[in-house]
Ligand binder design. Sequence first.
Ligand code: SF4
Ligand code: SF4
Ligand code: SF4
Length: 247
Amino acid sequence: MFLGLAYALIIMAIMAVLLAKGRMGRKGAIAAAVLTVMIGGLLLGGVPDPVTQFHQAVRGLSLGQVPVQPLLGLALLTALALATGRLFCGHACPLGAAQELMSHATKRKVNIDRYHPRLIRAAFTVMLAVMAVATPVFLSVNPFRFYDLRFVLGASTMFLIVLAASVLVYRPWCRLLCPFGAISELASRRSALGLHRRADCTDCGRCVRVCPTSQPVPGSSMSECYLCGRCLDACRKDCLVFGQRGR
Ligand code: SF4
Ligand code: SF4
Ligand code: SF4
C-alpha cells in the first residue's frame, strides 16, 4: 500500500509539472498510463485501490469500528482531488490507466452524456454502500483485484468486461460505476488546480470536439476531465493551461 501511494504521488507530481509547463499531450498521457498499469498495477498489485477502501470504510463503520487505514486512504485521495482535480484518476489509478489505454483502440465512442452518467454512478455508489453494510461479497468482483494476479473469476471477468467496454465507451467504470469517481468528481468541482481556457481562447471548439467527456466548454467545472491530453493536442493556440483556477 505504501509503495503504491508513493508511486501515485510521484507520477502525479511528474504529470502536474509537465501539464503546467505545457509539455503534456495525448502521447504523454499514454506513456503515463503504460507506467501506471505496469508499476501501480502489475508490479504493486493494483494500488491505490479506492474501491476496496470505500468498501472497507463503509463496512467497518457499519460494524461500529473505526477503519483507520481505509478512512485515511480515502481522505488523502479526496484531499488530492480537492487540490489537483482528477490528476489521480487521470494518471495514477491502475484501473483508470487500463481504461485510458483501451480507449485509444478506436476513436469512435458511444456518447453516454445523455444517459446522466453522474446519476447512474451516484446510484451505484449508494448501492455499493448498502451492499458493504450487508456483505463483503462485492470485493470478489472488484476489478482492481485483477491486479492481484490470483485470477479470481469474478474480479478477472469484471476487469475484462471493463476493458472491453472501454473500447466503445470512454472510461466506463470511472464514469458510470466507480464510487471514488463520484467522490472525486464532487471534490474536483472547485479544485485549486485544473485545466482551463486562457482568456485569448478563440472559442473555435476544436478542444470540445475531441474531448471524450465534453468538458472544455465555457463555465464547465471540468470535474470529469481526466487530463487525457486530447484537447491539448487539438488546440492550435495553446490556450488550454493547467494551473490555478479562478473561483
Ligand atoms: S474513477 Fe475510480 S477507477 Fe476511475 S480512475 Fe478514478 S479511482 Fe480509478
Ligand atoms: S481549441 Fe483552443 S482556441 Fe479553440 S476553443 Fe479550445 S481552447 Fe479555445
Ligand atoms: S478536457 Fe477532455 S480532452 Fe481535455 S484533457 Fe480533459 S478529458 Fe481530456
